[in-house]
Design a protein around this ligand. Structure first.
Ligand code: ADP
Ligand code: MG
Ligand code: MG
Length: 271
């Protein structure tokens, strides 16, 4: 059997740089899945093709309640199709665009889950390298806190001192942009950018021109405008500042973040 025999395509959900994501239905069980179809042609050079198989092998290995599940893989000469669990409520970016701000309590619960997910990934020696709202899928239409992390297209293992520049402008740890070696701390920085946005509704490194976003991201000067951060506790501002520390050695690990006093407020308020 092949993909066309096993699944019926229902609609296109999204399209990315290397392929498209479709909503599909199992022809027999009628269960719905999201299928990420990657065109091999887009990965022509050998460095990229390794990256393509990386996404598959890392997704196959990970198992966590907040990480998207990979069920099956189909491969032919031109494409690889990843059959993923379907998350029907859109990604965090569209949620941000609609609601603009989240309450500190919602962000607390969300952050706790995000750092638990990162603690898991990092304990497996995996760096996601592309944490951003588009890659966080919302599992519930009512609660803002339930999510599944997706898109392991840039994920990699930490075993070697990494130097290749990788990530999305505005979310990249400055050590990566400076061309230094980096590790799991790079994900902590990107998570800090996401939390900054959830609280304030605005990105910490912003310009209409993408080159300027990159420059601000690299310079890494973070300010908390009085307007957007009105009423936000100094403890939360200190927490975000620690996540966005330009020096990775001084940035906390996921484990340390989960021990932060701001996180303990989340533990109490969740029950
Ligand atoms: P890319 O590497 O091209 O960014 P992603 O894996 O991030 O590909 O998928 C692109 C978009 O498709 C996501 O931002 C999300 O909106 C949608 N998407 C991806 N996987 C799923 C899924 N399992 N369920 C629902 N939507 C998904
Ligand atoms: Mg993506
Ligand atoms: Mg990707």
């Amino acid at each position: 059997t092949g993909f066309k025999h096993d699944y019926a395509k229902i609609k296109k959900l999204d399209s990315g740089k290397f392929g498209k994501v479709y909503l599909c239905e199992d022809s027999v069980s009628r269960e719905q899945f999201a299928v990420k179809r990657l065109k091999k042609e887009a990965f022509k050079d050998t460095k990229n093709i390794r990256q393509l198989y990386n996404e598959v092998s890392i997704l196959r290995k990970v198992k966590h309640p907040n990480i998207i599940k990979l069920f099956k893989i189909y491969e032919d000469n031109a494409t690889i199709s990843l059959v993923l669990e379907y998350i029907p409520n859109g990604n965090l970016l569209s949620r941000i665009q609609r609601r603009i701000k989240f309450t500190a309590n919602e962000v607390m619960i969300f952050s706790k889950k995000l750092f638990e997910t990162l603690r898991y990934l990092h304990s497996q020696g995996i760096i996601h390298r592309d944490l951003k709202p588009e890659n966080i899928l919302m599992t519930s239409s009512v609660s803002d806190c339930e999510f599944k992390l997706c898109d392991f297209g840039l994920a990699c293992y930490v075993d070697k001192a990494l130097k290749s520049k990788s990530g999305s402008p505005g979310y990249i740890a400055p050590e990566i942009l400076r061309g230094n070696s980096y590790s799991t701390k790079a994900d902590i920085f990107s998570a800090g950018v996401i939390i900054y946005i959830l609280i304030s509704g605005i990105p910490p490194f912003y310009s209409k021109q993408s080159e300027k976003v990159m420059k601000k991201n690299k310079d890494c000067k973070v300010s908390f405008s009085k307007n957007e951060f009105k009423g936000i506790s100094p403890l939360l501002i200190q927490f975000i500042t620690e996540l966005l520390n330009p020096e990775p050695a001084f940035r906390p690990t996921a484990e340390q973040v989960l021990g932060h006093s701001w996180m303990h407020l989340a533990c109490c308020s969740e029950s």
